[in-house]
Design a protein. Structure first.
Length: 534
């Protein structure tokens, strides 16, 4: 006896085959069909605490539910690289200053005196910082170039083109047209820093959408940039003494770093951790758009500024104090102790540039391990840093071309160096902390704008503190500290060339006042006797 499928079922308790009822047949037929989701599963107007999987594939839906780890810290390293790239163009231009003043615009190269050599760094600083600050602020209120991705791509591309032009200018002969060369260089610097202002502001805005340590990564990268530049400068000086070749190495290095930034940015969407935060922001934005239909969706800039103002003050004031000291005052502090472990030749390089860059970098890194103090009390410690300014001024600070009338109160090189370490450490630590706290002061949807405000506050103090470029470390220039027409000035200039008398000069003329004082008989007698003997 045979039975058709769907008409009978086997296996009652007595082993007797029982015919299926009409309802049972319908249930079995439904169970064999694929499951279909009803339209209600794809509603657009779900509450904020419910998930909406419309237009999402399974991988994106999984990303929306679970937060994947930042595997191998790839996203962190990417933002660190962009932090290096943000300051690399400016660092390379100021490192190559001798290429412009002693080569391209020099009398030996052009055959004529250039009116731009004396104040070249002032021109360069003005051409760089003014458009940088302006476009940092403008980028907050006007979306120049479109969304964040478009802005970063175009700004890096423009910077790359500018450095290609700069390398070409370095390679060709410009000796017959120094004035056009100067103005082309200034135009390149202006365009470069217009793009860099947008780039810097946007990258901080992107980092603000992620957990706080990623903003810290950008600040850490900026501090690494200074150390990286110092290393490149040292390696270049050992490889060649040719200023033209050294500048080409600088510009090509900056070009390489920018290309790495370009490539790593496009790798970000491939990372699951980054995609999770991008997807979450996109979903939240769509939900807000549906809830706020008919209402204004403009960004409340004044509200964001008011909420984040305490942290913006912290960002601004940390860098204001730091750049008031470093490098102009810091690098012009001379040794007081002849037995200090660093020789005069490397004193500024070690106690100023290396110390600051190294410990600022370390301070930025510490914020990834712990965050103290909290946002409420950070302003107290930031404000106390203003005490560094009089401290460094009362060290053996010597102003080139001027006579110091205020006594030197800090005569111990070890005390000066230890305080210099803390200055660099707190600069990196507190600046990173303030930049990390700023996006947290507002709702998540405004975090990116708050991060842009922080980036603009960071760069705003630069024009207020001036170019702040220190004199290059070198031999004692005693002749500039007295009247150019005096006999004593001529004697001192001869003395500069007499290295044997350097220690005697320091003993009688430097210690106590930091500069030559005409009121010190021992100083005048030593100078006269020693120079006559030589």
């Amino acid at each position: 006896m045979s039975y058709r499928r769907g008409e009978y079922a086997y296996g009652d308790n007595n082993g007797v085959v029982q015919p299926l009822q009409q309802g049972d047949q319908e249930s079995e037929r439904r169970s064999q069909q694929p499951v279909k989701l009803q339209p209600s599963w794809e509603e657009n107007n779900l509450p904020e605490d419910e998930l909406n999987f419309k237009n999402l594939n399974m991988d994106d839906a999984s990303l929306q539910i679970h937060t994947p780890p930042d595997k191998y810290n790839l996203v962190y390293l990417t933002f660190l690289i962009h932090g290096i790239g943000v300051l690399m163009p400016w660092n390379m231009f100021i490192t190559a200053d001798k290429y412009f003043t002693d080569h391209k615009l020099s009398k030996e190269y052009t055959g004529e005196e250039s009116p731009y050599v004396t104040n070249f760094m002032q021109y360069l600083t003005f051409a760089a910082q003014v458009p940088n600050v302006f476009f940092n602020w403008l980028n907050i209120f006007i979306h120049i170039g479109g969304n964040l991705t478009t802005r970063i791509v175009w700004s890096i591309s423009i910077a790359v083109v500018v450095f290609i032009v700069t390398v070409i200018l370095a390679m060709i002969d410009t000796s017959t047209w120094p004035v056009p060369f100067f103005w082309i260089t200034m135009i390149c610097v202006v365009i470069l820093n217009m793009a860099n202002g947008i780039y810097q502001n946007t990258i901080f805005g992107m980092a603000a959408k992620l957990p706080g340590k990623y903003t810290g990564a950008v600040v850490l990268g900026s501090n690494i940039s200074g150390t990286f530049t110092a290393v490149v400068s040292l390696l270049t000086s050992t490889m060649t003494s040719n200023k033209k070749m050294a500048a080409i190495y600088y510009f090509i290095t900056a070009l390489f770093v920018l290309l790495v930034c370009f490539d790593t940015y496009f790798a970000l969407p491939l990372n699951r951790f980054y995609r999770h935060h991008e997807l979450r922001e996109k979903t939240n934005a769509e939900q807000r758009k549906q809830q706020e239909q008919g209402r204004s969706q403009r960004i409340p800039y004044l509200y964001i500024l008011r909420k984040s103002l305490p942290q913006l003050y912290n960002v601004f004031f940390v860098f204001f104090v730091t750049l008031s000291i470093f490098p102009a005052i810091h690098a012009n502090i001379k040794p007081s102790d002849e037995d200090f472990f660093v020789s005069d030749e490397y004193y500024s390089g070690v106690t100023c540039f290396l110390t600051f860059n190294l410990f600022a970098m370390l301070g930025s890194y510490l914020t990834s391990l712990f965050c103290w103090p909290g946002p409420k009390y950070l302003w107290i410690f930031v404000t106390l840093r203003v005490l560094y300014i009089p401290f460094f001024f009362f060290c053996n600070y010597q102003v080139k071309g001027a006579v110091r009338h205020i006594p030197v109160y800090i005569m111990n090189d070890w005390v000066y160096w230890v305080v210099a370490v803390t200055m660099g450490l707190t600069s990196g630590y507190f600046s990173s902390l303030a930049m990390m706290y700023t996006p947290r002061t507002v709702e998540e949807r405004h975090a990116s704008t708050a991060g842009m405000f922080a980036a603009a506050s960071l760069i705003t103090e630069t024009p207020l503190t001036g170019s702040n470029k220190a004199d290059k470390p070198g031999k004692l220039d005693c002749g500039s500290r007295c009247s150019q027409n005096s006999t004593e000035c001529v004697v001192l200039r001869k003395m500069v060339q007499n290295l044997k008398s350097k220690a005697i000069f320091k003993k009688h003329c430097v210690k106590g006042y930091g500069v030559l004082s005409a009121e010190r008989p021992a100083c005048r007698a030593t100078v006269k006797t020693d120079c006559e003997a030589s």
